[in-house]
Design a protein around this ligand. Structure first.
Ligand SMILES: [Ca+2]
Ligand SMILES: [Ca+2]
Ligand SMILES: [Ca+2]
Length: 452
């Protein structure tokens, strides 16, 4: 049979009344209660403890489980389950009867019992240590020494004060309770005639003066600046996100995320208590948390006039005239100026096309940046391409990729902000008619102020 746990929790007070030298401590964070007979003994379950507590002497007619009513003495009497139930303990465990229940313990477990029945005591009972261990009574003066036999051994009538034992010369000597490891949970201090228990740092002595219970520092003194976690015998502090524990292990200091790496933000990192933020330069907006993206002002609202076009580039925008053509050229399609009069255009390109583009500052080179291709293709014509103007610094190179097209290659890394204009010329040679014409592509390039 097994006792059901009582409704009450197992309290330190209850444990101190138990007939077994139980030391117990609660793990504050856990609903479980852990009890140990003494460190070298097997642990008993919380149910055992509760049943033991439930079984503290109850002088009522209705006896709790594990007791039977003795009508002669009018008390509830403990049932010795170990003698009544043949197989009370299984697996070779030995059965130990106690008030209101029994325990199954390993065969090698040593049991210390104070149950009032002196004859059944297997070993010495554990004396309760005094709360104040000072000034023990002088054992010699309280000794009632009557007679000794001729071998000098006590004749049985000599008695010593509690805490003293009779030696071979019939003197009362202090009994060193601390030689028995089970007397105190942590540290035992022997005194003349008695002893007391001490606990390690982070523990305090329970009301039974034997056990040590954890001090919950988090509740007691709130030592942590942010979060406190109680541990058995100690505690640990943790910091909120964005903070780290200071060398004193209790304070929290802001983490300077910006100092980690320049990659935290694409542009500028601003540290703040518990966090950080990235900012972007004018003309850019933050994309997610760290990247900066050019604002396309032409999409988001611009102030270009009716006769102007809006041109977005990295870091800004610009308005340019819808009609860039100058005499003798006239606008024939968007961005294209053509010469309609052969006489007026002698020696000039047949057409001028205006194109606009933007590149990042410090762009890696070589980079293909712009493609030029013949639009009106004559089978009997040959096309040649060249950079006519705007390449004084040798920043560009024109690579022919087919009979009708060429690629403008950036060969020098350009630092922004700056603006360049490159004139690319396409010469058409009509082999049959021996006729030659030229058209110009005027490319305006704005190098943005940043590499993004
Ligand atoms: Ca603690
Ligand atoms: Ca921070
Ligand atoms: Ca822009």
């Amino acid at each position: 049979m097994k006792y059901k746990p009582g409704q009450d929790n197992v309290t330190a007070d209850c444990l101190s009344r138990l007939p077994l030298p139980v030391t117990a401590y609660s793990q504050e964070q856990e609903p479980e209660m852990v009890a140990v007979l003494s460190p070298e003994f097997a642990a008993v379950t919380v149910e055992d403890l509760k049943s033991m507590c439930d079984a503290c002497p109850i002088l009522r007619q209705q006896c709790t489980e594990g007791y039977e009513y003795d009508p002669v003495k009018e008390v509830c009497k403990d049932i010795d389950e170990c003698s009544l139930v043949s197989d009370a303990c299984k697996g070779g465990m030995k059965c130990i009867n106690h008030y209101g229940g029994y325990l199954c313990l390993p065969q090698n477990a040593q049991i210390f019992v104070t149950n009032g029945d002196e004859s059944s005591q297997p070993t010495d009972p554990i004396p309760q240590p005094p709360v104040n261990p000072l000034n023990p009574t002088n054992p010699q003066t309280s000794q009632t020494r009557t007679q000794s036999n001729n071998r000098g051994v006590a004749a049985g009538t000599t008695q010593c004060m509690p805490g003293f034992t009779l030696d071979e010369q019939n003197y009362c000597q202090d009994r060193n309770e601390c030689m028995q490891s089970h007397y105190c949970m942590h540290r035992c201090v022997n005194t003349a005639g008695s002893y007391y228990c001490e606990c390690k740092d982070g523990y305090r002595l329970a009301s039974n003066n034997h056990s040590c219970v954890d001090v919950n520092e988090c509740d007691l003194t709130q030592p942590c600046q942010h979060q406190c976690f109680n541990l058995l015998g100690s505690y640990i502090c943790q910091c909120d996100q964005g903070y780290e524990l200071a060398p004193d292990s209790v304070s929290c200091v802001d983490i300077d995320e910006c100092a980690f790496s320049s990659y935290m933000c694409q542009y500028v990192c601003i540290n703040s208590p518990g966090g950080y933020s990235c900012i972007c330069p004018e003309g850019y907006q933050l994309q997610r948390t760290r990247m900066c993206q050019d604002i396309n002002e032409c999409d988001t609202g611009h102030e270009c006039r009716e006769d102007e076009m809006c041109w977005n580039y990295y870091g800004g925008h610009r308005c340019y005239p819808q009609n860039p053509c100058q005499e003798p050229y006239v606008l024939t399609s968007e961005n294209r100026c053509s010469c309609q009069s052969a006489s007026a255009c002698r020696g000039l390109p047949q057409s001028i096309v205006y194109k606009y583009m933007s590149i990042h500052s410090e762009r890696t080179v070589p980079a293909d940046i712009f493609q030029i291709q013949a639009t009106n293709i004559f089978p009997s014509a040959q096309y040649t391409f060249r950079i006519k103007a705007g390449n004084d610094g040798g920043e560009f190179f024109l690579r022919r990729f087919s009979s009708i097209g060429a690629m403008l290659v950036l060969t020098k890394s350009l630092e922004g902000p700056q603006e360049l204009t490159v004139d690319l010329e396409m010469i058409t040679q009509h082999t049959v008619m021996t006729y030659r014409s030229s058209s110009l592509l005027r490319l305006t390039i704005i190098v943005g102020p940043y590499p993004f």
